[in-house]
Design a protein around this ligand. Structure first.
Ligand code: NAD
Length: 418
């Protein structure tokens, strides 16, 4: 019988490996295996047809040891508590890898937002916000966008939280629209971080810094911006996809045209450039390219397709796109993987800048934001690479080692209450 994929189990396996490499006593990291708090809420909303419908939502706070919890909110029909728990833990590790003073959290609503009208989506968001209000706040837990949520949704969260407190509290959420305290550079931040890590990896591997053939799964916030920036840096984006499927063009796609098509139609379906051919999302994972950048969902590279991956380098833009079994196969094949907790950390770094601007009531210019982001990403890459070389481990295990050592140090410094 096939064992169902469990992202939380996936996370625990890598955590154990990293703790073992660090020579930690189980006592020192046992609590990192458990989220601090899990909240499950029911969200009744009035549908446009006058009927009431109940949705299920979650907010999981994995750790507040190094600072307030931080993590996105995902709207997806198949989301479950184990996925949210794993995503929350990855946020803790990610914030530690890039050394920003946050812990990790994640939230989700089990819903297919494409089936809701805009006003239903707004009521859902506002009611979900009200349901998790006891545990969120600028000093406690700060949500952000994730799959199927965006700046507009973050604006509704900010407004709901502020109305229920009686004054404007922009620092409760990041990824907001600019005119209510959002930050310049935040919409592009995750993709910008992905492109910075891609360039650092290419340099490290002695691969050309231009004209490399890249395949990108997912053309939403992360994939779309990664494609744009890597294309601008002179690479050939040979394949892209979204939930409707993908397109392959060996001599490179016209990325501005692809993005314009998606912006106009809301989907890649029907896009047919000269010389391009339709592919499925499975074919994209196995397509002829040097770099594969999964930017959609978790568990896309599995033991079923890892052997067929042709890329030499994988940059994880999505959270958890590679299953543990696939990791082993890819490592044996010599494929280098930049793990999610390093490569997609640009989003939370600029979210942190947004929050800092909100609580200090000032604004940074975009050059300052992008330059500081680059410095942090390049430094974090160098620190992970140093562990790779000194401890002879993969980039994933090295990134976990960096994160876990920081967490354990912070825990030891704080001591165990009471
Ligand atoms: P998004 O909703 O903007 O885009 C998701 C993209 O994936 C869309 O193009 C969608 O069509 C596609 N997709 C959905 N299901 C798919 C499937 N089954 N197969 C192929 N494609 C599919 O979401 P996003 O914000 O770009 O997030 C993408 C990934 O990056 C997620 O794993 C998310 O957790 C992670 N991430 C996002 C951020 C951020 O700042 N938005 C930060 C760090 C990590």
């Amino acid at each position: 019988m096939e064992v169902a994929y469990n992202p939380y189990e996936n996370m625990l396996q890598v955590l154990e490996l990293a703790a073992h490499k660090l020579g930690l006593d189980p006592d020192e990291y046992e609590n990192i295996k458990y989220p601090e708090r899990e909240l499950k809420v029911s969200i009744p909303i009035r549908m446009d047809n006058g009927r009431k419908k109940i949705f299920e939502g979650y907010r999981v706070q994995h750790s507040s040891c190094r600072g307030p919890c931080k993590g996105g909110i995902r709207y997806h029909p198949e989301v479950d508590i184990d996925e949210v728990k794993a995503l929350a833990a990855w946020m803790t590790f990610k914030c530690a890898v890039v050394n920003i003073p946050y812990g990790g959290a994640k939230g989700a609503v089990k819903v297919d937002p494409s089936q809701l009208s805009k006003s239903e989506l707004e009521r859902l968001t506002r009611r979900f916000t009200a349901a998790i209000i006891p545990i969120i706040g600028p000093e406690k837990d700060i949500p952000a966008p994730d799959v199927n949520t965006n700046a507009e949704v973050m604006g509704w969260i900010m407004d709901t939280y502020s109305m229920l407190h009686g004054y404007a509290i922009p620092g409760v959420v990041t990824g907001k629209p600019l005119d209510i305290g959002g930050s310049l550079g935040r919409p592009e931040a995750t993709g910008r971080g992905v492109s910075i890590i891609t360039q650092e990896m290419l340099k490290y591997l002695g691969m050309p810094e231009k004209d490399v053939r890249i395949a990108i799964q997912g053309m939403g916030n992360v994939g779309g911006i990664s494609a744009k920036l890597l294309h601008e840096q002179g690479h050939k984006i040979v394949a892209v996809s979204d939930v409707s499927g993908g397109i392959y063009k060996g001599d490179g796609l016209d990325i501005p045209a692809v993005r314009e098509y998606i912006a106009r139609n809301g989907t890649l379906a029907g896009y047919a450039p000269d010389g391009g051919r339709k592919i499925t999302n499975d074919e994209l994972i196995e397509c002829d390219c040097e770099v594969l950048i999964p930017c959609a969902l978790q568990n896309q590279i599995t033991d079923a397709n890892a052997e067929a991956v042709r890329a030499r380098l994988i940059i994880e833009g999505a959270n958890g796109p590679t299953a543990v079994e696939a990791d082993e196969i890819l490592n044996k094949k010599g494929v280098i993987i930049s793990p999610d907790i390093l490569s997609n950390a640009g989003g939370v770094v600029v979210s942190y800048f947004e929050w800092v601007q909100n609580i200090q009531e000032l604004t940074w210019d975009e050059d300052q934001i992008n330059a500081t982001l680059k410095k942090i990403m390049v430094n974090s890459f160098a620190q992970v690479l140093d562990i790779v070389q000194k401890s002879n481990v993969t980039f994933r295990v090295a990134a976990y080692m960096l994160a876990v050592s920081k967490l354990v140090k912070a825990q030891n410094t704080r001591g165990l209450f009471p």
